[in-house]
Design a protein around this ligand. Structure first.
Ligand SMILES: Nc1ncnc2c1ncn2[C@@H]1O[C@H](COP(=O)(O)OP(=O)(O)OP(=O)(O)O)[C@@H](O)[C@H]1O
Ligand SMILES: [Mg+2]
Length: 184
């Protein structure tokens, strides 16, 4: 697939990741931390199958623009009640954006789950009240994410047989399946 990554967060972590990379790029990464992202992006994305936007945190104008520019919003949530409470604002933004774009969809994905623990019952039940589903795959807390990022690598490149590579592939499949379902 032709993939584009758009860094829409002024913190520019995705850009820093791609700048740290010595190997040939896997896909282009461009910086576009602008509140007009949703207006500018359609001209740029026409040549790509998938555009991944790394959004700005919380309910900022930048976060709003990233949501408006999207078909599917992936909301990462850590398995802690504080994170679940903080999703209210994002949910609200998605609901607002839906007034302009009815087809907009959102899903939650757990990140930083501790290996060999269940996703807390509190998290699952707190998210059960949300209009958006929780993806059946979770990413665990693993040093390989930080180690590979420091070299501008994906975890699959860093160690294709790692648990991280396996869970990232599962997450990718789950997101693609949702994207295809939405496009159908
Ligand atoms: N699953 C994980 N395992 C280990 N470390 C992780 C994991 N996920 C994120 N981190 C680390 O946590 C820090 C913050 O991660 P990241 O930048 O992805 O968070 P973020 O939600 O995008 O933050 P922000 O909201 O500020 O953009 C980084 O140092 C990253 O390496
Ligand atoms: Mg970020």
């Amino acid at each position: 697939m032709r993939v584009l990554v758009v860094d829409a967060d002024p913190q520019a972590s995705a850009l820093a990741w791609s700048n740290a990379r010595e190997a040939a790029p896997l896909f282009p990464v461009i910086g576009m931390a602008t509140p007009l992202l949703h207006r500018k992006l359609p001209d740029i994305t026409a040549d790509y199958d998938i555009t991944l936007i790394d959004g700005a945190p919380r309910a900022s104008v930048l976060g709003r623009a990233a949501i408006l520019a999207s078909d599917l919003v992936l909301i990462p949530v850590q398995p802690s009640p504080f994170d679940v409470w903080a999703t209210d604002k994002t949910e609200e933004l998605v609901r607002e954006a839906r007034q302009f774009k009815e087809s907009l969809h959102a899903v939650f994905a757990v990140n930083r789950k501790i290996v060999n623990t269940a996703i807390g019952r509190d998290i699952a039940s707190a998210l059960a009240d949300s209009p958006f589903p929780l993806l059946p795959t979770a990413l665990c807390q693993r040093v390989i994410y930080a180690e590979s990022a420091a070299k501008g690598l994906s975890v699959i490149e860093a160690d294709e047989h790692s648990e991280a590579a396996r869970e990232i592939a599962l997450l990718g499949s789950a997101v693609l399946a949702d994207t295809e379902r939405l496009a159908a």
